[in-house]
Design a binder for this molecule. Structure first.
Ligand code: FAD
Length: 387
């Protein structure tokens, strides 16, 4: 690698920070650019649930490895940093509303165990013993004990510090255009590198040149708005991240607006309640009627939720592809050699930040012993999703 930088990463959300850190740790000369304070965009709007998901084998592999790498990262930081990251080993309880749901939980367990993921089926009594805030009359739950919770903006900070410790430069710079290995900045400067990683989240396609965009015309990146509300501190109110089993159906449905119950106990004692999914929302204004639907849905699972004092609600945009897998790797355009995408992580970009970075490092260094192939995530794949 002989250019001014080996690697330029555009975007310092968690995905960009993880990529920059990974390449810096491999001895590359890395520059990480962001036009806003790092970690301030979608990464700051999310829930920080580190969760293994079973929508497809490809998603399973990426989330499972992402979870393991984040576990290792959290374990590696000094105690003062760990305190800011607020990692909490909550596990996940996937809650079955009825007998049909319980059967779905059983199938989920079989699938998880095929991938070596620990999980435990709980009947109604065992579920309510584990989580007394849950309503009576629910069928039971699948507990996934190794899922956990983090505060993502603090993880960005910690990853960037580690990247800097390995020689990376983190710079405030707004990118106007990426042309292959060349990055044009709004201030008129031009930078180049052997590899340019586009981790600009929502703006990832907007900053590409015409040739790269033409090569990506088979791919649709859609913004999917999500709302969250956080309560005052109620330590012990819930112990696990609680998610209804129908969550994936809501996550992948194409309804204009849907809600699914998702409650996260924060290390601070606050309860973070999600979540909604909305296509075609123009801006990040909180929609009060959707918020009401979220609270009503939550009351079905946790009757006491309405008694908690809400402090703040906000919304952010997940960036989704039609097949719900991120875009990771090179595109098929002759003048865009050296350009790598790392975007389109929808509702799992916190969980899969480090596994995305590892896919790219394995690709660049041509690792024969990569844990799994990059192919299902390549931007050149054909898209079979429902959109
Ligand atoms: C409501 C909600 C809940 C979620 N919950 C979870 C969850 O529980 N678990 C999970 O794993 N994921 C969750 N997610 C998804 C997760 O937050 C995202 O997938 C992840 O944050 C994406 O990170 P990113 O780095 O790709 O994007 P971003 O955080 O958006 O970072 C992109 C960066 O690029 C920068 N940028 C953009 N344009 C330019 C430019 N021209 N020049 C320079 N810099 C630029 C931006 O300033 C930004 O900092 C949730 C998302 C939402 C909205």
């Amino acid at each position: 690698m002989t250019r001014a930088s080996d690697v330029i990463v555009v975007g310092a959300g968690l995905v960009g920070a993880a990529c920059g850190r990974e390449f810096a740790r491999r001895g590359c000369n890395v520059r990480i650019l962001d036009g806003e304070p790092p970690g301030n965009h979608t990464t700051a709007a999310g829930m920080g649930h580190i969760v293994v998901m079973d929508d497809s084998d490809a998603q399973m592999r990426l989330t499972l490895q992402g979870r393991a790498l984040l576990h290792a990262f959290v374990d590696s930081v000094p105690p003062t940093v760990a305190e800011r990251i607020e990692a909490d080993p909550t596990g996940t309880l996937w809650i079955a509303e009825d007998d049909g749901g319980y059967e779905a939980a059983r199938s989920k367990q079989t699938y998880y165990s095929d991938f070596g993921v620990a999980s435990e089926l709980l009947d109604e009594d065992a579920m309510r013993e584990a989580e007394p805030c849950l309503a009576r009359g629910l069928a039971g739950a699948l507990r996934v004990p190794d899922d956990f919770v983090i505060y993502a903006p603090a993880v960005v900070e910690a990853m960037l510090d580690d990247a800097r410790a390995h020689g990376a430069r983190v710079e405030s710079a707004c990118v106007r255009r990426i042309r292959g290995r060349t990055v044009e900045l709004e201030d008129g400067r031009t930078l180049d590198a052997a590899w340019v990683i586009d981790a600009a989240g929502e703006a990832a396609f907007d900053i590409l040149d015409a040739e790269a965009r033409a090569a990506l015309k088979h791919v649709r990146l859609r913004r999917r708005k999500g709302q969250l509300v956080i309560t005052d501190r109620y330590p012990g109110f819930a112990r696990h991240q609680l998610v209804e089993l129908g969550y994936l159906a809501s996550a992948h449905g194409d309804d204009r607006a849907s809600v699914a119950f998702n409650l996260q106990p924060r290390a601070t004692g606050q309860m973070l309640l999600g979540s909604s999914r909305e296509f075609e929302a123009a801006d990040a204004t909180v929609d009060a009627s959707l918020l009401r639907r979220m609270i009503e849905r939550a009351t079905r699972f946790v009757p006491g939720i309405g008694e908690l004092a809400a402090l703040r609600a906000w919304a952010g945009f997940r960036v989704a592809t039609d097949d719900h897998l991120p875009l990771v790797g090179p595109i098929d355009a002759p003048h865009s050699r050296g350009l790598l995408l790392a975007c389109g992580h929808e509702g799992l970009g916190i969980t899969t930040s480090l596994s995305t970075a590892k896919l790219l490092v394995d690709h660049v260094f041509d690792c024969a012993d990569a844990d799994f192939p990059i192919d299902p995530y390549l931007p050149t794949r054909s898209m079979h999703g429902t959109g």
